[in-house]
Design a protein around this ligand. Structure first.
Ligand code: FE
Length: 332
């Protein structure tokens, strides 16, 4: 009994002594865990991760000053902007973050920081699409693709960001015509995720699909999805007057952050060599830090020029892009 109560006392004293931080994450558990494990092994700081699928901004607003969360990890500039606009994050000044992350992949006001990049590209049937056939994003609305395109929902953040970039390159009227044109070229109603579109290509339902690069890595890691992955090439389209559309996953510090100092250590560590390498190897994303190698698989897809429109510019078009997707009834 004595021993038990001693243990109980010890257990009670742990929270006050423990070095820990709390992370709310939109990102999948299996992706975050290797990063968390490596950081804890190196620093002794425990990282508690709560996976928040929906309503991140609402939850942080509701919790207010009492939120246990120090950091938010999420994909897509839109979701980062949502928490910035909900006024639940604080700016972070850090020489390490500034040195590791290129300026175009972080907030000019230091409220969000990109940790990985992904390109939104075309998966093209090896049998039915010649490499030269895929050219620009604008060309996806041309008649030559009639009945040949598969896509996930037009209202998914990834496609909203792509349409936001179309607006940024042209204007809303052009983007509306483009979205109508792509819709008219769809082989079937939008359904499922990016990988489901690749499977539809393998099944002969369509010839090309819009998708993020890392899904190829994920499909090749799953024996059941290998045949679909091997039925397609990755092609990097560009905007007529630009490069290939990029998006990010990123991190932001909450306003409430009870463990600010250690949370900053984790942010900085995520932008450093060790973490960037884990991101590259485990999720086949592009590291943001210069000098960190892409995975061999990602490198095998070849080089491309990232579009020069900044993520902030693209995110600013989000409300207009959502409205256009609804107006043209892209998913209908
Ligand atoms: Fe994704």
């Amino acid at each position: 009994m004595l021993r038990l109560s001693t243990l109980a006392l010890l257990a009670c004293s742990v929270p006050a002594l423990a070095q820990e931080i709390n992370v709310y994450s939109h990102r999948q558990p299996e992706l975050i865990q290797p990063l968390v494990d490596a950081f804890t092994a190196e620093t002794g700081i425990a990282v508690n991760v709560a996976f928040v699928d929906k309503g991140m901004a609402e939850r942080l607003v509701a919790e207010g000053d009492r939120s246990p969360a120090d950091l938010v990890l999420t994909v897509d500039i839109a979701r980062l902007m949502q928490i910035v606009e909900a006024d639940v994050v604080q700016p972070v000044q850090s020489d390490v973050l500034e040195a590791n992350i290129p300026a175009e992949l972080r907030d000019p006001e230091d409220k969000w920081f990109g940790l990985t990049a992904r390109a939104r590209i075309i998966y093209a049937s090896k049998d039915r699409v010649a490499a030269s056939e895929v050219t620009t994003y604008e060309d996806l609305a041309s008649d030559k693709w009639k009945g040949r395109i598969c896509s996930r929902s037009g209202l998914h953040d990834y496609n909203v960001a792509l349409l936001g970039a179309i607006i940024a390159h042209h204007d809303e009227a052009y983007a509306t015509t483009w979205a109508e044109g792509v819709k008219a070229n769809l082989a079937r109603k939008p359904d499922g995720g990016d990988r489901d579109q690749v499977k539809a290509i393998a099944a002969g339902e369509c010839d090309i699909a819009i998708g993020n690069t890392y899904y190829m890595g994920q499909m090749l890691a799953d024996p059941e999805q290998v045949p679909a992955a091997e039925s397609v090439n990755i092609v990097f389209p560009t905007f007529e007057a630009g490069g290939t559309h990029l998006n990010i996953s990123g991190v932001a510090m909450t306003k409430a952050a009870p463990n600010r100092e250690n949370a900053l250590k984790f942010m900085e560590w995520l932008s450093g060599d060790a973490a960037q390498k884990i991101y590259a190897e485990t999720n086949h994303e592009y590291p943001v830090k210069t000098g960190v190698e892409r995975s061999a698989l990602v490198a095998s897809w070849g080089e491309f020029t990232p579009d020069a429109k900044t993520l902030a510019e693209i995110a600013a078009q989000r409300p207009a892009a959502v409205k256009i997707m609804e107006t043209v009834d892209f998913d209908g």
